[in-house]
Design a protein around this ligand. Structure first.
Ligand code: HEC
Length: 188
């Protein structure tokens, strides 16, 4: 009898160690903010009178990256490809001085270290590591369509990394406009 009580007490206190389910939540000694009360995006809300969790921005709110809606929905602008998935031939935005100046500014930050100031491909990786870096003046790159260059900047190629995240689509087009200027002004 005592032995049975002991077994019952042990099972009662320790519970079933493995292989059974429990309706009680597991012990979670260090919660690490794992569970936080929050609303899901687009969820309904009992709290707000319009029944929506998501709030509309107050009138006059300025977007962080203002882009006309027409540009956001333009796949040629966002991906450099047309509806058939082919790279676009020309830059799908108006090329003016402001765009080229912006392109020069971004090129000198993001491309110059490897391709050098004129785009000859004799930047720091070539100089210090003899890493073959394509010259932007070779005929193949002069002949490349704007969409193909957009693809290289967005996704990288070979040893060249992707610049999708530091460079917005409009900055990528600005760089391409500046590369075209470099190609027109220099033979190599
Ligand atoms: C970290 C060094 C590095 C940076 C920064 C860099 N590139 Fe490159 N790029 C390379 C290398 C290396 C290659 C040769 C890749 C290969 O063929 O393996 C290359 C190739 C290219 C090509 C030729 C692609 C082809 O079709 O063969 C183009 C165009 C180009 N880069 C443009 C750019 C532009 C524009 C930027 C700035 C946004 C840039 N690169 C930034 C290293 C770099």
């Amino acid at each position: 009898m005592r032995f049975l009580l002991l077994v019952a007490a042990l099972v009662g206190t320790l519970g079933c160690v493995r292989g059974c389910t429990s309706s009680r939540p597991p012990i979670h000694p260090i919660p690490n903010m794992d569970d936080q009360p929050r609303y899901e995006a687009q969820a309904a809300s009992d709290f707000f009178s319009d029944g929506m969790t998501m709030r509309t921005p107050v009138a006059g709110t300025v977007a962080r990256n203002p882009l006309p809606l027409a540009t956001w929905t333009d796949s040629r602008f966002m991906t450099g490809r047309d509806a058939a998935g082919e790279p676009v031939l020309t830059i799908p935005v108006a090329v003016d001085d402001a765009l080229v100046i912006r392109g020069q500014d971004r090129f000198n930050i993001y491309c110059l270290p490897c391709h050098d100031r004129r785009g000859t491909g004799r930047g720091i990786m070539f100089e210090r590591g003899a890493i073959p870096t394509t010259s932007l003046h070779v005929q193949r790159i002069r002949d490349a369509s704007a969409g193909e260059l957009f693809d290289v900047i967005s996704n990288g190629v070979g040893l060249m990394p992707s610049y999708k995240y530091p460079l917005s689509p409009s900055d990528r087009w600005a760089i391409i406009a500046y590369v075209r200027k470099l190609q027109a002004e220099h033979d190599e």
